[in-house]
Design a protein around this ligand. Sequence first.
Ligand code: UDP
Ligand code: MG
Length: 224
Amino acid sequence: MKYKKNVLIIVPAYNEEDNLRVFFEETNKIIQNLEDYIWEFLFIDDGSDDSTWKIIDEISNFHKSVNIKGVRLSRNFGKELALTAGILESAEEFSAVIIMDADLQHPPSAIPQLVQQWELGYQVVTAQRKSIRYSMWREIGSNFFYFMLNHFSKLNIRQKATDFRLLDKQVVKILKTFPERNRFFRGIVDWVGFKKTFVIFDSPIRIGGKSAFSFNGLFNLAVN
Ligand code: UDP
Ligand code: MG
């Protein structure tokens, strides 16, 4: 029998009841075609107050042939900490993890490219947005955020890089040893010296619900 690598998809979800089913359907369609891997989903319910948790449960009961796990945080901690919880929760058996949003703004159709680059030997494969269709204010806020971040933190972060990315198990292993709880994922992954590359995708608008990020939230992350 051919040896298959395990890949874990970590999805932080805060009040995503409108998006989770279609997120799962779309993503599952893509990974079913990547038969050389054993796939697993890990949903992190970041203290949602809608039916997100119930839907995660439903999806896993309905799709018995797919490995689906859920973790429910006791309150809303924010995406960074939800992702951290996901990374800490991920077992050693996984050869790679993919982290992606639940609202389909990180299109599952990019997963094959992420995996392809990983197979070429890259340990961090980041998806970059080609075009952004946010409102003007969001755009200005976001530019300001990256300006502040680059200015004060000495990290040079690519403006349109997202945190839709694949991390090799070596990277996950190092991330697990980081003690800080309030970590900025993109920054840490960029800072740790691994073989990195990018893939490009077209950024769609979120399919349901609303963006949970406020300008203040972004700003706090930058000055932290
Ligand atoms: N998210 C989360 N906790 C939060 C806010 C957001 O886990 O406190 C999740 C959310 O469900 C989504 C991802 O993080 O899967 C990105 O959130 P959002 O779409 O609100 O951010 P944006 O697309 O505006 O960057
Ligand atoms: Mg979004």
